[in-house]
Design a protein around this ligand. Structure first.
Ligand code: GN1
Ligand code: MG
Length: 342
């Protein structure tokens, strides 16, 4: 029984714990997450997906180092709790579990006003700024080539070549669309891959649902430090905009609801640049607009690739969910390419 197992795991972290309620949180696509309500405190308990995060040691190393660093400089952060043995995780039947304090907050899938977009941009810039002093060489690459768009595309082509006939036929139009988009984004992908853009400590998974808001629309903190590693700030900007400027979500089935909101795009950029202009290089400033189309393209390749690979990577709750997710990304990409004249 899951309750027995969770009670045992909670007992490895806390001296005593009277569990009142266990709620499964479905918003993440990789790890298994529960909210645990007890008679006094609420917690977030998470089981790491070790198929995706094969180097769990490196992941925990990065996560905890960043956590301690943010705490030390008083930057808003999640609070991870140590186990009774003093580690920030426990191992149970070779599974890895982490516990953090639950933060009462509003979770948004998109930026729903100018204020929210300005604040999201500003907070992301402050996060990057706060980590400028973090010794980047101490971080490990937990998932190599995570935002390497060219690699994501070549992996996608591999999945196309190996796909079963049924799925390849169902996804025919989307596969063709990705093939048509590739020449449009290839130059930008190469420019970014050539590392004209400096390596910095970045989050790598800045979708808006990873920013917790209070009831006034202020950001409490960024969550999900699983993918923090060296990368480009442009990845984070692009990923926040990918979800943030969508008038619906990446799960939307009705594509007429999925539209690129250019006003929110500009608001977010203003919030980011006002705060980050002091440390951004010219190359970063000149290439800042490229990352949104690249991230959308990358994510379309990843979702469609996973559909063609029989849903091995992302959690799904119904059969064509990864195809639906790929369609939303392609639909937005079409609009974004027109906007940026790509
Ligand atoms: C995954 O698990 P979650 O929801 O934090 C994925 C991100 C994608 C995102 C799409 C390690 O993030 O890269 O952008 O789904 N994380 C990993 O929703 O692959
Ligand atoms: Mg994540």
């Amino acid at each position: 029984m899951i309750k027995d197992k969770i009670t045992k795991i909670m007992g490895s972290f806390l001296e005593s714990c009277d569990i009142k309620e266990i709620i499964t949180i479905q918003s993440g696509l990789i790890n298994t997450t529960y909210r645990i309500n007890t008679s006094n405190e609420h917690y977030i308990l998470q089981k790491l997906n070790q198929t995706v995060f094969q180097n769990s040691k490196a992941l925990l190393h990065n996560k905890i180092k960043i956590y301690h660093f943010l705490q030390k400089i008083d930057f808003p952060t999640i609070t991870y709790l140590p186990s009774k043995e003093g580690y920030f995780y426990i191992k149970e039947d070779s599974e890895i579990w982490q516990l953090s304090k639950y933060i009462p907050s509003v979770v948004k899938d998109r930026m729903d006003s100018t204020e929210v977009a300005l604040k999201a941009g500003c907070h992301l810039a402050l996060f990057h700024k706060a980590l400028l002093d973090f010794p980047i060489n101490e971080l490990e690459y937990t998932i190599p080539d995570f935002h390497n768009t060219l690699k994501r595309h070549s992996d996608f082509l591999e999945y196309v070549s190996r796909a079963n006939d049924k799925r390849a036929t169902i996804a025919k139009i989307e596969i063709e669309k990705i093939n048509l988009f590739f020449p449009k984004i290839e130059k930008a992908a190469i420019a970014i891959q050539k590392r004209i853009i400096p390596l910095r400590v970045v989050h790598n998974d800045t979708k808006i649902s990873n920013m917790l808001f209070d009831s006034f629309g202020n950001i409490i903190c960024l969550i999900d430090y699983d993918t923090i590693m060296p990368g480009s700030i442009l990845h984070d900007i692009g990923d926040a905009l990918r979800s943030g400027t969508n008038t619906s979500t990446e799960e939307e089935i009705n594509l007429t609801n999925v539209n690129f909101d250019s006003k929110l795009y500009n608001d977010f950029m203003k919030g980011y640049i006002d705060e980050a202009i002091s440390f951004m290089t010219n190359d970063e400033i000149e290439n800042i607009h490229l990352r949104l189309p690249l991230l959308l393209f990358e994510q379309a390749c990843r979702f469609l690739g996973d559909y063609l690979n029989n849903d091995q990577y992302y959690t799904i709750y119904y059969e064509q969910q990864n195809l639906v997710r790929a369609k939303t990304q392609i639909h937005l990409l079409e609009q974004v390419c027109i906007y940026f004249k790509l």
